[in-house]
Design a binder for this molecule. Structure first.
Ligand SMILES: [Zn+2]
Length: 309
């Protein structure tokens, strides 16, 4: 069985201005590094479909989804929040980014792929139930988790978020009482740091671990070993979703942590062991942050090489 690589050219059309760090070149860098590593030939490349409104409304308010669909500009930009804009391609890109996760769930559940990496943008984990935020329009990983829980036989899914920023949008969705028994979210994040959330009264299904600026891969691995893995083992997820942000890398200028490629490979391998015990190996990883093109490309290679091993 192979690893699926899911993306779409529409995700390259979304851009938020010439100096914005969340830029189309991120996806090109990932493809370039995967090709150069020789890994690309072993992956099953699939085009992400457009998520439909019903998929998005499982976790976003209907008013919010309708507003975004209606707001897409035909030229120029529409500003959604201080860091997030829509251009004429953004609605399609955001629907492809969310649709990638839906397709990944279908492929992995059908046994057509062992696991999947979704190389998509805009990223998703800051998008809240009724609000865009921090480069994110729709919460891609949350859409995938809700799809898995409501459209397949699965009753327990875990979300691991190793982006340098706290996944406040994902927490906003799955802290709601109707999801708490079915979703466990485990993350670490630089703190204090954008968006400032994560440490105040988290719901019982949230394993939120703040990390001081400058923390390295050893600190991250300790968190995974001592806090994430025991909680995941007890929860016994039937599917593991990863909010795979690579901006905790030492060379990333937006974050202040110091992870390296081997740390991403190690976390991936640990999650694969857990998935093989509880989830028939099912892992779906979705790109979040990562803004140094070199560090992003080489970190994704380390992550995907482990998934595809
Ligand atoms: Zn981030």
């Amino acid at each position: 069985m192979t690893t699926a690589f899911i993306t779409h050219s529409d995700c390259l059309g979304h851009e938020m201005g010439p100096t914005h760090p969340e830029r189309p070149e991120r996806l090109s860098a990932i493809k370039r590094h995967l090709r150069a590593s020789g890994l690309m030939e072993s992956l099953r490349c699939l085009d992400a479909p457009l998520a439909d409104a019903a998929d998005l409304k499982r976790i976003h308010s209907a008013e919010y989804v309708d507003l975004i669909f209606a707001h897409a500009p035909t030229e120029g930009y529409v500003q959604l929040d201080p860091d997030t804009l829509m251009n004429p391609y953004s609605l399609a890109a955001a629907r492809r980014a969310a649709g990638a996760g839906v397709l990944a769930v279908e492929k992995v559940m059908a046994g057509h792929a062992a696991n999947a990496f979704c190389s998509v943008r805009p990223c998703g984990h800051h998008a809240m139930r009724a609000r865009p935020m921090g480069f994110c329009i729709f919460n891609n990983v949350a859409v995938a988790a809700a799809y898995a829980l409501e459209k397949t036989k699965l009753t327990r899914v875990a979300i691991i978020d190793f982006d340098v920023h706290h996944g406040n949008g994902t927490e906003d969705v799955f802290s709601q009482p109707q999801w708490r028994d079915r979703v466990l979210m485990a993350s670490f994040f630089q703190h204090p740091f954008y968006p400032g959330s994560g440490t105040q009264n988290p719901a019982p299904n949230m394993i939120n671990v703040p990390l001081a600026a400058g923390s390295d891969g050893a600190a991250a691995r300790r968190i995974a070993e001592e806090q994430w893995l025991p909680a995941l083992e007890a929860f016994s997820p039937q599917l593991i979703l990863i909010s795979a942000g690579f901006d905790a890398h030492r060379d990333d200028l937006l974050g202040g942590l110091a992870l390296l490629e081997e740390d991403y490979a190690w976390m991936t391998a640990e999650l694969m062991k857990l998935a093989s015990r509880h989830a028939a190996g099912r892992i779906i990883s979705m790109l979040e942050g990562g803004y140094s093109l070199e560090a992003l490309g080489s970190s994704v290679v380390a992550h995907v090489r482990t998934l595809a091993a």
